[in-house]
Design a protein around this ligand. Structure first.
Ligand code: CO
Ligand code: ZN
Length: 333
């Protein structure tokens, strides 16, 4: 399946942190025909294995998205919500949201809210209920919601909610489709609860005990007006090879291997330092006695907002680079 079509398919499934069941099922169904083994673990990670006689290689993309969770239902039928993952209130205004059971609403700031210092506490979700009783028949405290915004193409760019990190899940599914014989013992992990603290990747890495690992995620850019220089990469310039983020300093051997493979296969790449935010690489590299860990990222604008933007050419470059890495004869440590 093409990348864009895969992202569209994954977007139809509900999957905020801790509530990944629906997206896990969709990914499992897409992966099964190409895998030797598909399992889920206690935290809800999906682990797709392609057996090989070489070292264990773990490619990890989190499948959860940021989201909202109902904390209070008011007498007038309005909902108060908390966040799952890092979402700033100002990024949410007047955004349509969708609950797992299909109920829809819109997130709205209170009339007197000060936009400059807007907090989520000064916002509410309006699901159109006339009072508390009607609202309680539609949702309950603890129900989760995600953005209900559109996905569309503009040239080579895809604009969509939850490109963080469905675009990387789509990338891993493409890698799986493209693999011929694989010398390494390959584990594609679609991890749970990354956005709330890299939780799924931690237990998945412990159980797999990989020799090599790459986190596959989106990364912050430095190519928009007034850029705060939190990232180093630009859209359309290729796959981002992670050097560092807030959670990890990548092993130089992995940076070197990825850059060498990119050179050999003529895959466009750029070096990536993300100064704000971490990735699953952070949890993986400190597992057990330590794991040789790196990262390959899709550059992405407006991360965690209802309309993220990425370049499909960059995602295709990530597929090529990861497929090359998965098929490289790596030596067991
Ligand atoms: Co994120
Ligand atoms: Zn992410």
């Amino acid at each position: 399946m093409e990348l864009f079509e895969l992202i569209q398919t994954l977007n139809t499934a509900h999957g905020p942190s801790g509530d990944e069941g629906a997206v896990r099922e969709v990914i499992a169904a897409l992966a099964r025909p190409h895998a030797d083994e598909v399992t889920a673990d206690t935290l809800g990670n999906l682990i797709v294995r392609k057996r090989g006689s070489g070292p264990k290689v773990m490619l990890c993309a989190h499948m959860d998205s940021t989201g909202l969770i109902v904390t209070h239902i008011e007498k007038e039928g309005f909902l108060r919500v908390g966040t799952l993952g890092g979402i700033a209130a100002r990024e949410l205004l007047y955004t349509p949201v969708r609950f797992k059971n299909g109920v829809r609403g819109v997130i709205v700031p209170e009339e007197k809210a000060e936009f400059g210092k807007l907090k989520l506490d000064a916002c509410y979700v309006d699901i159109g209920a006339k009072d508390e009783e009607q609202a309680r028949r539609m949702v309950q405290v603890g129900d989760t919601a995600v953005y209900d915004t559109a996905i569309f193409l503009s040239g080579d760019k895809v604009v969509s909610p939850y490109l963080d990190n469905r675009i990387s899940c789509a990338v891993l599914l493409r890698v799986l489709e493209e693999l011929d014989a694989c010398p390494n013992d390959l584990y594609l992990v679609f991890s749970a609860q990354e956005e709330v603290g890299l939780r799924g990747a931690r237990t998945a890495a412990w159980s797999i005990d990989p020799d090599y690992a790459l986190a596959v995620d989106v990364t912050d850019v430095d190519d928009t007006p007034g850029s705060e220089k939190l990232g180093t990469v630009r859209l359309g310039q290729g796959a981002a090879v992670k050097v560092m983020d807030r959670s990890v300093i990548c092993h130089p051997q992995l940076v070197e291997t990825l850059e060498r493979l990119a050179g050999e296969r003529e895959v466009p790449v750029q070096r990536d330092i993300m100064r704000g935010g971490g990735t699953d690489a952070g949890a993986i590299h400190t597992t057990r006695m330590g794991v040789l860990t790196g990262g390959v990222s899709v550059p992405c604008r407006y991360i965690h907002t209802p309309t993220e933007m990425a370049d499909l050419g960059d995602a295709a470059a990530c597929v090529k680079l990861l497929a090359a890495f998965a098929q490289e004869e790596l030596t067991r440590l």
